[in-house]
Design a protein around this ligand. Structure first.
Ligand SMILES: [Zn+2]
Length: 273
């Protein structure tokens, strides 16, 4: 069974290089998988983006390409600092003007985003706007309620292993409709039609956790923001524990995973995890 595409090896259509897929099918243990495939993964990612430096092997250097947006090559701490500085500009009304013509040439042949955002689909919370960034800066996975699915986990792993993104932020926000739905589903044992129930069920553990461990006043708004924060915190925890690929980079200090809440009234992003 392939741990990535969750089918038998005969039907695996994973996009991993063949050597990685073959190794994973032969050896299911996490540590040995990481040991045997990390070099392949690293070189694959570097070659895919052109992100190589002088210390890399001759083979890699021979295939070196121009780095798109070299200012985006950052450490995890630098990436977080830049992200929060951008939010500061946005909050103060000093966002930089966006000009597609400034970046289009550098991005035609590749991308080099410095942060990955797992955010809610809510139309009031746009990562590029609230962090005052341009094309090519942020790799974004969005879905109502910003909870983790296998599909957006694949997106996140791709951003880390292939694009070398050093920072993941899970971004929730005030007055989230998906979180409200989850609270409603738990309180009233309500089933939503179609696939909507999926998001309520995914966030339900955060609702229950807040009910069990938090001393929360029973006002609707207080409870909503507490569950929203808990959902972000639990998603961050899942990402930190979820996969060998993220573990590999996280353990080597090449990746930071944080959580934030966007305040609708001020535009400020509050770091909470
Ligand atoms: Zn939302």
């Amino acid at each position: 069974m392939c741990q990535k595409c969750m089918v038998t090896s005969d039907h695996c259509n994973s996009n991993y290089p063949a050597s990685i897929v073959q190794d994973k099918h032969k050896d299911p243990t996490k540590r040995e998988f990481i040991k045997r495939t990390s070099a392949v993964l690293m070189s694959w990612g570097l070659l895919a983006t052109g992100l190589v430096n002088a210390s890399e092997s001759k083979t890699v250097n021979e295939k070196k390409r121009i780095i798109p947006k070299p200012e985006n090559v950052l450490t995890p701490d630098q990436a977080l600092e830049r992200l929060m500085q951008g939010n500061g500009r946005y909050v103060s009304g000093n966002s930089k003007p966006l000009d597609f013509h400034d970046v289009k040439t550098s991005l035609v042949k590749g991308q080099n985003p410095y942060a990955t955002i797992l955010g809610c689909s809510d139309s009031r919370v746009s990562p590029e706007h609230c962090f005052d960034e341009a094309l090519g800066d942020l790799f974004v996975a969005r879905g109502a309620g910003n909870y983790l699915t296998n599909d957006n986990l694949a997106t996140i792993e791709y951003s880390v292993a292939v694009l070398n993104t050093p920072l993941i932020m899970v971004l929730g926000h005030e007055s989230c409709g998906a979180v409200k739905a989850a609270i409603d589903a738990v309180d009233r044992h309500r089933d939503f039609p179609g696939h909507i129930q999926l998001l309520a069920s995914a966030i339900a553990p955060a609702v229950r956790t807040v009910s069990e461990i938090a001393k929360v006043s029973d006002t609707t708004e207080d409870r909503l923001i507490h569950v929203t924060k808990q959902n972000v915190i639990m998603t961050v925890e899942r990402l930190r524990e979820k996969t060998p690929i993220l573990d590999y980079y996280h353990d080597r200090k090449k990746l930071k995973i944080v959580g934030g809440i966007y305040h609708l009234d001020t535009g400020r992003v509050e770091l909470i995890a």
